[in-house]
Design a protein around this ligand. Structure first.
Ligand code: DPP
Ligand code: ZN
Length: 878
């Protein structure tokens, strides 16, 4: 397969002014008529019109009214080229596609009998011939024709301008999008659906129509998505002065979807997982996901749609920025400082769980990649979550107001354009009179920087020095890195745990000295001096996780315990607990591997007890503080990964804590009940989280009473959060949970998203081996064709069940190879995601590596692999 390079970008030879699309929708044979007006791009020397096209059949082609003979154009399986075309062109293209056969869910496809589209990144070319690249922006008019009884609802982007009957039982609807857009934002829906709708008044007084479209039985699950949409609209007005630019905004839920959701102009299409919720079927985590994703897609309307990407290498321009915006939205919706910190801690956990490993593995790439084989493989945690961290750092460096000024300038300069990451950086720099040249390295250099701190206290001078050094490990194609511009927020705690006022040597001293300062590390090594420090303090480094780096500092246990008890920065308070746990988990892991006796010190247990029982702390924070680093995160800390040893160590620690803190856990379990009507608000959700974590700890080595407690919760739960938590705890405890599993299944058989949970919980339980997963695949409810279902069982097994996936005989890897190959025939994008589960294979103990290599080679040897899977597998093996 061909590698595409960022450096090879050229401007399009022709620009499109208008697109008129006509669809005669039929599952087996849809006719697409496409009338494009285009003109030569003065910035290009090209004279050929190059259109993309894939898996579609050309019926006829007219240029400026004249039918073209086959000799007048070149057709390949992926393109249509018209050489030496005139300067002004009207193309009329008729083509055919077969939506019902489209299992890749890219382009126009059928899901549960309804038509949907997904065009990002390169799906539009599977619908019609077109210059399918984001720097070609045009105005679209869309005519949809379909059988009225089967497809009563016909939707596309923008405004409905006409609808009516066609005779023969068919009807039509004509839509017009007043805004220029790239083809990846095109969408249509033809379906039997119903909607919840509402007229909503913008702050400007303009009224807009909001709709959430779902299948008939799901109308009782749309309230939260609608509420989240209204909150998003309000938030973007208030925080960024950005108004909804359309008269109508639609969200449509679909059960078969590769991603979370898609920001098509005015017609967002969503995975049902991020729309449907009521207390019976959705957990607190689901509710939070809906709020975040509804926000995310809505915020794309400005960051992505009004200002879009010049090319797909710039993907983070819209995704990093929009993730940052949805993170800030979710934090503001909670509104409290600890609430914000809790969301921040979640973000740090995601980075460590998924992005740091990616940055250190065979698929490592910069936030703005330099090359790809298949762009769909680059919708990654690096582009999204690390990209969001990069955007967050502007705000950390420039302040909230400075960041807002940069955003304003960005829109002033680029509204209606397709631009680059550099343009965003330039707007931030220019709006604030700052030189952000070095900051560019966050976009161009892959890998997670390591910042090493050392400190020195000078009693006589009452001076405290912090020396920061940085280095970044080599990544593929980038052996040597240059220093990054890293904001490192620090505070200093005195012996009582109070924040010291900070006065930096050489910097102007404000009247009221701050207690947190942002040090800007730009060199390989720099020393910062704090004056007027009366006694040796405890440093709180990288407060708020101010940069996506690994922070190394030789903390003593005493210092960590001090921070864990007192740090005013909740992120670092949490972090101190994670460090205390990690040190011990690493020792325990070695001990398990060596067959030594395992022990956990009382100091550590006491520190956990203190946090668990400290009622001045938010339950949501306490829950996070008591979750141990995951097995994946532990694995990233060791030189050679022995998954069984890591699992054994972590389980030992959980069991020991569960036993030692039994009384306190039970007390918290009872103290954090949430009686009354269910509400997904952060305070209630935090209580449930702490309560259910307590239950999970109790069930690591359960007494009969604990099992009874879990069964009682399972049976009497009035919401899915509590029901699922109890069931999961029961399954993980190793006790016989078959009766509960059966009753859960029977109760929720009709709720696809709940059945996903049923599969997912079993897949992740350490008692579920490969044979059991194969058994679950035989279940009538299992199918590889539905991405959510495939993910619930296969991905959870591969990514969330290390002791079984890494079974010594390699059976987990054989199974993985089989499923990657099977999925690739159905849906390459989903297959390639599963293929990523083997990214870190070279870090495992040699005996496992042999099996892993074998499994990778088995996939690689497959005759017909998609580019998606091929890229992932060949990078893993290279
Ligand atoms: N652009 C979508 C999103 O991130 C994914 N295709 O919202
Ligand atoms: Zn996005």
């Amino acid at each position: 397969p061909q590698t595409i390079f960022r450096k090879d970008y050229t401007v399009p030879a022709y620009l499109v002014d208008t697109v008129e699309l006509g669809f005669d929708l039929d599952p087996d044979r849809t006719i697409v008529a496409n009338r494009i007006t285009m003109h030569r791009n003065p910035a290009s020397k090209g004279r050929d019109i190059v259109l993309h096209g894939e898996e579609i059949e050309l019926v006829q082609l007219r240029l400026n009214g004249k039918l073209l003979a086959a000799s007048q154009y070149r057709l390949t399986p992926t393109s249509l080229t018209i050489p030496k075309a005139p300067a002004e062109v009207v193309l009329e293209i008729e083509s055919l596609c077969a939506p019902v056969k489209n299992t890749s869910l890219s382009g126009l496809y059928v899901s549960n009998g309804n038509f949907f589209t997904q065009c990002e990144a390169e799906g539009f070319r599977r619908i019609t011939y077109f210059p399918d690249r984001p720097d070609v922006m045009a105005k679209y008019t869309v005519m949809l024709r379909a059988d009225k009884a089967r497809y009563p609802v016909l939707l596309s982007n923008g405004n409905l301008i006409e609808e009516g009957e066609l005779g023969d039982g068919r009807h039509y609807a004509k839509w017009e999008d007043p805004f220029k857009k790239p083809s990846y934002l095109f969408a249509l829906v033809a379906a039997r659906l119903v909607c919840q709708e509402e007229r909503y008044t913008l702050q400007s007084g303009r009224e807009v129509l909001l709709q959430v479209w779902v299948e008939e039985g799901n109308l009782d699950k749309t309230d939260y998505a609608m509420q989240s949409l209204k909150n998003s609209i309000r938030w973007d007005e208030e925080r960024f002065g950005l108004e909804l630019d359309l008269d109508r905004f639609m969200i449509v839920a679909v059960g078969d979807f590769n991603m979370g959701a898609m920001e098509n102009k005015g017609l967002n299409i969503f995975n049902t997982k991020y729309v449907l919720a009521n207390s019976r079927v959705a957990t607190d985590v689901d509710y939070a996901g809906i709020e975040a994703v509804v926000g995310h897609e809505y915020f794309h309307n400005w960051t992505g749609n009004r200002v879009t990407c010049r090319d797909w290498f710039q993907l983070s321009l819209k995704e990093g920025l929009t993730v940052f915006r949805d993170q800030e939205f979710s934090a503001d919706m909670i509104g409290t400082d600890t609430g914000r910190a809790v969301t921040r801690i979640d973000q740090v956990r995601t980075l460590r769980q998924a992005q740091f490993p990616e940055d250190a593995g065979p698929m490592a790439h910069p936030v703005r990649p330099d090359s790809f084989v298949e762009i769909n493989n680059f919708y990654t945690v690096t582009v999204y979550e690390k990209g969001a961290e990069v955007v967050r750092m502007y705000q950390t460096l420039l302040g909230r107001d400075g960041f807002r000024k940069g955003m304003d300038l960005y829109f002033e300069r680029h509204d209606g354009q397709a631009v680059e990451c550099d343009d965003f950086r330039a707007a931030m720099a220019d709006a604030n009179g700052r030189d952000l040249t070095q900051f560019e390295r966050w976009y161009s250099q892959a890998g997670t920087p390591v910042v090493t701190a050392s400190t020195r206290y000078d009693v006589a001078a009452r001076c405290y020095e912090i020396t920061l050094s940085q280095h970044c490990p080599a990544t593929a194609g980038q052996p040597d890195k240059l220093p990054f511009h890293i904001p490192v927020a620090v505070g200093l705690l005195d012996a009582d745990g109070k924040d010291l006022p900070l006065r930096l040597d050489g910097a102007p001293s404000p009247k009221h000295a701050p207690t947190t300062v942002v040090l800007e590390l730009t060199q390989a090594t720099q020393t910062f001096r704090f004056k007027g420090i009366a006694a040796k303090p405890t440093p709180s480094l990288l407060r708020g996780f101010s940069a996506p780096v690994v922070l190394e500092y030789d903390y003593t246990d005493a210092e960590l315990l001090h921070l864990f008890s007192h740090d005013s920065d909740p992120v670092n308070r949490w972090e101190a607990g994670q460090r205390l746990a990690m040190e011990r988990l690493l020792v325990l892991t070695s001990a398990v591997a060596a067959g030594d006796t395992l022990a956990l010190d009382d100091t550590f247990i006491a520190a956990f007890r203190n946090v668990l029982t400290d009622d001045t702390l938010d339950p949501a924070f306490r829950e996070l503080a008591l979750i141990l680093p995951s097995e994946t995160i532990i694995a990233e800390q060791v030189a050679v990964v022995d998954p069984q040893a890591i699992h054994g160590a972590r389980q030992f620690m959980r069991r020991t804590l569960g036993t030692a803190l039994r009384e306190e856990l039970l007390a918290q379990y009872h103290a954090n009940q949430t009686p009354g009507a269910y509400s997904p608000d952060a305070v209630s959700a935090g209580k449930r989280a702490l309560k259910n974590l307590a239950l999970a700890y109790l069930l690591v080595a359960p007494q009969e009473a604990d099992l009874a407690l879990a069964r009682q919760q399972f049976e009497q739960a009035t919401n899915m959060t509590d029901r699922a938590a109890a069931l999961s705890a029961l399954i993980h405890s190793g006790a016989d949970a078959s009766a509960s599993l059966a009753s859960f299944y029977a109760d929720f058989e009709q709720e696809a998203l709940v059945i996903d949970k049923w599969f997912a919980m079993q897949a992740a339980a350490p008692g579920t081996n490969v044979a059991a997963v194969r058994q679950l695949m035989q279940h009538p409810a299992f199918t590889l064709k539905n991405p959510n279902r495939a993910r619930s069982l296969l991905f959870n097994f591969a990514n969330a069940n290390p002791p079984q996936f890494h079974a010594a005989d390699g059976s987990g890897y054989d199974f993985w190879a089989e499923q990657v190959i099977a999925l690739d025939k159905i849906n390459p994008q989903v297959a390639a995601r599963l293929a990523r589960s083997m990214d870190r294979w070279r870090r495992y103990v040699p005996a496992l590596q042999v099996h892993m290599r074998h499994a990778l080679e088995r996939v690689a040897a497959c005759a017909k692999l998609s580019n998606d899977v091929l890229e992932v597998i060949s990078k893993a093996l290279s």
